[in-house]
Ligand binder design. Sequence first.
Ligand code: URQ
Ligand code: ZN
Ligand code: ZN
Length: 479
Amino acid sequence: MSILIRGGTVVTADQTYRADVCCDNGLIAAIGENLDVPSGAQIVDAGGLLVMPGGIDPHTHMELPFMGTVSSENFFTGTSAAAAGGTTTIIDFVMPAPQQSLLEAYHTWRGWAEKAATDYSFHVAVTWWSDQVAEEMGVLTRDFGVNSFKHFMAYKGAIMADDEVLFNSFSRAQELGALCTVHAENGEAVVQLQRRLLAQGITGPEGHPLSRPPAVESEAANRAITIAHLLGAPLYIVHVSTQEAAEAIARARAAGQRVFGEVLAQQLVIDDSVYRNPDWATAAAYVMSPPFRQQHHQKALWGALAAGTLQTTATDHCCFCAPQKAMGRDDFSKIPNGTGGVEDRMSVLWSHGVETGRLTANEFVRATSTACAQIFNLYPRKGAVQVGADADLVVWDPAATRTISAKTHHQNVDFNIYEGMTVTGTARHTISQGRLVWTDGALRTVKGAGRYLNRPCYSAPFQALQTVNAANRPKPVAR
Ligand code: URQ
Ligand code: ZN
Ligand code: ZN
């Protein structure tokens, strides 16, 4: 089965050039001008269109059991919706309960993900600590292709990792050559502020951002950066939402510390006014953590993305329908946290990033695909347009417009956070493993066609980094 994408302009993270791309046996087989048509090949006319690496979303939660319910998107519907928007790989999260075996949870999530339509991988959350956790982290890296471990500094009483867990897990991950990621919010501060707001009678969604002001994120971001620095461990901060946290990352990077940052497409374009919507259900639909922020944070986040302080974009796709959100009708702290967006990330970033001049097309590719592949060790299998890479590609129409709506989206949720937004830039064709999975407005995904992606731990880069950091460590004082 081969496909010849003809007449397009290839756009990678660092090049833009006219070329045909031939895919065969799930891989990119040839790139060049006026390629011959392999016999029996499907021809995709890319005239006037861009050919880019398929998007990679490093942060999704398909069918996540959370806050007493389960997110409404499953791995098949979610990866299909992603393909409709040009994203061909997701990295989701295995979320062990405290005291639960990480390996047991890993196998549970692997079972759920069998139905995925496109390729996927998993970060594994460390939600507690013991010798068993340390041991299983080793097994996951050695035998199951896990090279990133997540830590929630929020969600006290559920999955929150305290500083002791962070120190132990970061240290263990560093030994293994794995990367630690954090959800940076001070979980104790959130609980304390929630209690005070509820006691004042503030029970609606407007209480959510009040219980998680920017300082709740920036304190945690600085703390995670400090702990990583003390251990000489690299760090990746997910869904950075504030100017202060972005500045903390910039300071750390300027000091030579290996810190990466991720920004959500929605937090670049939606502000906290959504929580003041008089319609309870609409305001509740935007309850996610960290919350949407005042507008000046968006300006800072765009600047941080363009400056390279933040490297990746994601969606934190974690959907809950209206009846689920209504679980917090009388208490905002019980509204399941999460919003969708896996289908619209790339169009939103093209429209508000490239069309406005904030990002070049090459920076768009870096931010939606290549940087993630490089940080999580999927490159150049993913995130590249080069011979031998997986044939995961998006044929992008930079001029097409569409108006986003829950009425027309492919996400399995009854609300779209971008409802009514008209965007420029859409996926005309999406190719996964060398097969058309989205073409001219029709999904052609196949349940179970997705593959689990092993992500080996790093070798030289992290060991080299460790050496550098070891040299920086204070010398023990001779007694
Ligand atoms: O915190 C997360 O990343 C998960 C639980 C999704 N929910 C959210 O509000 N971001
Ligand atoms: Zn989070
Ligand atoms: Zn998340």
